[in-house]
Design a protein around this ligand. Structure first.
Ligand code: NDP
Length: 526
């Protein structure tokens, strides 16, 4: 057991306790941070509430200005942030920079699109309420609690933080205990732009600190992490009916059709499976390849996999397992696959070291084994031959997760994408959906619910406010005790004219009342 594993599960509730973050490549301490108690989380909530009125009152343009300044600070200091990410997660600087770049892109998108997405828009009042002006706008909830994982400690929480702030909420962020330095850096950088207001506060600590945030009485929790913890978060939030968005684990599949570009599919499968040491919620963990091209695909994939190696040297394509205990999960899944008849074409049991896991490509693995059913979160991938894309879709959809997926096909990419029960699919690419800020991000089944990113992500941190305003005195006031029996008869007549024959008519009559009168005068209506 490493020093990190020993501390990870120990949850302190004593003011003054500290937690250390470690470099997973060396085990060296990177920094120490407070373990925030439940009382300290509640104090943070009080400060966040105090700031939320000011922040909401700034309006879209004022908030965009602050978020743009923050974006500038992050962009100018990217190298510094990248270094903290590198030291706390072990990922190469280039990968850390990529996630910072994507996070900045999301911030820019939020500044530009919040008003258009959430601002007041008119709605047709309909025939019965024709005298009303109707509108809807999306108002901030107040204070949002964000609980994040360690694998993309900037990009992933920013998918909630940026959108919650852009929608007019203040935020309390509980980063993973493995990456408290990254979370603290983010909050400090926003404070430089807005020193007098607690727009984004960080509470560091273990799972207990996250649980305290769920129970504190925030207006929503945006959780990203494992499915098991997501269930605990929901249970804690249920106590105060705090709404939640859950971004949980995945077991993403790639489908490779007979007409796919095999070289591109193999390259994407390798990157999707091995980059970031496979510690990507939307990483490729399973491939279903058409039997006509399976040999060519496997040949290309294994060649690619042999070129990739984990390490902390300058040539390494990915780093160590960030969470040491994840090594046991990877070892168990690979072992189970091999014991049950699977074969490792690259890597295998010996690929799992003390800190690093080398790329592993498994074939002939039973579909009910852990390596196929459970999230491995390591640089391993199973490949299975299928007779048809129908079989591939069936197998891909058989699991309990439904986060992302990928399809490689020349002709049928989008058709197959629609048949996959996942929140997101990339055609002839992997994980591209996560980098498009305007697209919703989230899953179904055990991968969670709710959406971050894009217009859906902004609305996730608001409540819809409907307003009607009386424009003129109506000829029939339907919402009054002065409504007459004759008016009720008129409503009944209108109802019949508009909807009575809905299933028989190809479309509604354009002028219902006149049409009705015409039919009556011909004696056609009873
Ligand atoms: P965990 O579920 O272990 O932890 C996630 C966060 O929840 C951490 O900040 C953790 O704190 C906190 N936490 C732990 N216990 C509780 C509790 N009882 N109440 C409230 N919060 C708690 O996930 P990991 O950090 O290990 O991240 C990996 C997982 O995240 C993988 O399953 C991956 O698929 C998923 N993920 C999903 C993404 C998505 O968008 N769908 C994106 C990225 C990752 P602490 O670290 O201190 O224990």
């Amino acid at each position: 057991m490493t020093q990190l594993d020993e501390t990870r599960s120990s949850a302190a509730d004593v003011p003054g306790d500290v937690l250390s973050s470690f470099d997973p490549a060396t085990g060296d301490v990177v920094g120490t941070h407070p373990v925030h108690t439940a009382a300290e989380v509640e104090a943070a909530l009080t400060r966040a509430r105090a700031a939320s009125g000011w922040w909401a009152g700034l309006g879209f343009e004022g908030r965009a200005e602050v978020l743009d300044q923050w974006r500038g600070v992050i962009a100018r200091r990217t190298a510094q942030l990248v270094d903290v990410v590198h030291r706390e997660t072990g990922k190469p600087h280039g990968d850390a920079q990529l996630e910072v770049a994507l996070a900045i892109d999301h911030l820019a998108w939020v500044s530009k699109h919040a008003q258009k997405t959430l601002g007041r828009s008119r709605v047709s009042p309909g025939l019965l309420m024709a005298n009303q002006a109707a509108s809807v706008e999306y108002l901030p909830l107040g204070v949002v609690g964000v609980i994040g994982p360690w694998n993309y400690p900037v990009f992933t929480p920013m998918g909630s933080i940026a959108y919650a702030l852009g929608a007019g909420n203040t935020v309390i962020f509980k980063p993973s205990e493995l990456t408290p330095g990254v979370g603290t850096w983010l909050a400090d950088s926003l404070r430089e732009v807005s020193p007098d207001h607690d727009l984004l506060q960080v509470v560091t600590g273990y799972g207990d600190t996250g649980a305290a945030l769920c129970r504190a009485g925030v207006d929503k929790i945006a959780f990203t992490g494992s499915t098991a913890t997501g269930k605990r978060v929901m249970a804690a939030c249920a106590e105060r009916l705090t709404p939640v968005v859950i971004e949980a684990g995945g077991k993403d599949a790639m489908l490779v059709d007979h007409d796919a570009d095999i070289a591109a599919a193999a390259d994407a499968a390798a990157w999707g499976a091995f980059s970031n040491a496979g510690q990507t919620c939307t990483g490729i963990e399973r491939v279903y390849v058409h039997e006509q091209v399976a040999d060519a695909f496997l040949e290309a994939l294994t060649r690619r996999a042999r070129d990739v190696h984990a390490g902390s040297d300058a040539e390494a394509q990915y780093g160590p397992m960030t969470m040491p205990s994840q090594l046991d999960v990877v070892r168990r899944h690979v072992g189970d696959a091999l014991e049950r008849g699977g074969r490792a074409l690259v890597g295998g049991a010996e690929a799992v070291g003390d800190r690093f896991v080398q790329p592993t490509v498994l074939v002939d693995v039973p579909e009910d084994s852990e390596a196929v059913c459970e999230e491995t979160f390591g640089p391993t991938v199973t490949v299975r031959r299928v007779r048809s894309m129908d079989e591939a879709v069936e197998l891909a959809n058989a699991g309990r997760y439904g986060l992302g997926s990928s399809v490689f096909s020349a002709e049928r990419g989008e058709e197959l994408a629609r048949r996959l029960r996942t929140g997101m699919t990339s055609v002839n690419a992997v994980i591209a959906f996560a980098a498009v800020p305007g697209l919703p991000f989230g899953g179904v089944g055990d991968s969670g619910f709710g959406r971050i990113h894009g217009p859906d992500g902004l609305r996730e941190f608001t409540f819809a406010k409907a307003v009607t305003r009386t424009r003129f005195k109506p000829p029939m006031n339907l919402t009054s005790f002065e409504r007459t029996p004759q008016q009720d008869t008129t409503v009944a007549t209108m109802l019949l004219a508009l909807h009575g024959r809905a299933t028989q008519l190809p479309k509604l009559p354009r002028r219902p009342l006149r049409a009705l009168r015409t039919r009556r005068s011909r004696g056609g209506e009873r």
